[in-house]
Write a protein that binds this ligand. Sequence first.
Ligand code: SF4
Length: 347
Amino acid sequence: MSLFAYQFTQDLVDWYESEQRDLPWRRSRDPYRIWISEVMLQQTRVDTVIPYYENFLKKFPTLPALANAHEDEVLKAWEGLGYYSRARNLHGAVKEIAASYDGVVPNDPDKFRELKGVGPYTGGAVMSIAYDFKEPAVDGNVMRVLSRVLYITEDISKQKTRKQFEEHVREYLEMTEPSKFNQALMELGALICKPKKPDCEQCPVSKLCVAREKGVVEQLPIKAKKAKPKDQQVSCAVIVDENERVLIEQRPKEGLLAGLWQFPAVLGHEDDLSSVLHDQYKLDISLQKESDVFKHVFSHLKWEVSIYTGTIATEEDHQGVWVNKQEFQTYSFPVVYQKIAKHYLGW
Ligand code: SF4
């Protein structure tokens, strides 16, 4: 046991015990609740997650309740959080637990990691926080803190570097309570050792931090630059009929924003949109191009959505799904389409 490791784990856990934030998922050791929070917190800020977490647990208070829900209900509760494959994978994994483990989250890190969408981070976080397994939970926050404390200068986007961090954490977990230690590392990254301007004066492990001693805190972690998101032109049609119903369609079951709903849209320009409206919905309608362009950035793509509007007589034989305001609220839409609905329909 190294003296450094002993001091580091002690100081960090002591600090965590007195300074930790009172977050809703910390009020329970229920693995289901912790799991939901960890999935929601991926790529998403704590303040954004809290209302979603509370609402989600009101709707699906237990694992069987979520397992029995229809996927549309789950996506509706996730609407606006983004990265919807997280919700679909979570739902798939929960169903698997209901079918194979009597509805109880397996008390076994290997079995838990075999479930759909459970990667090394989520596996480690849930197993350590709920059951105190000595499992590392290494995400970007944790790598930032440790690369500074230990002065690790390898590229953190490489799998090999992540493994290196996991090995360090495994060593520390031998001498502390895994649940508290893993959360303490995350908390330090969130509150003190932030990406920019870390508050080293308030840091409980500043005496042990090599990057601080060397004066290179803000140069770490080292991370290879990601490719710039690719631009995509999207054209979308907001078409209402005389009964104030609007035409919507479901996105394909696979791929980006799979299974969510939108106004009829194409990758391309007005002509492409008109062809789809004609071929798919038998609509020949004169569209008006609006001046606003809605932008949405995904991790690898940047959408520029141009809007076309039109009104059509109400006829019996309209194809597609036409919904009024009330019905509209029951479908799940990506954020960019929610904004468009608000702007053009006031819904
Ligand atoms: S001393 Fe500064 S850089 Fe080092 S761990 Fe603490 S906050 Fe981060």
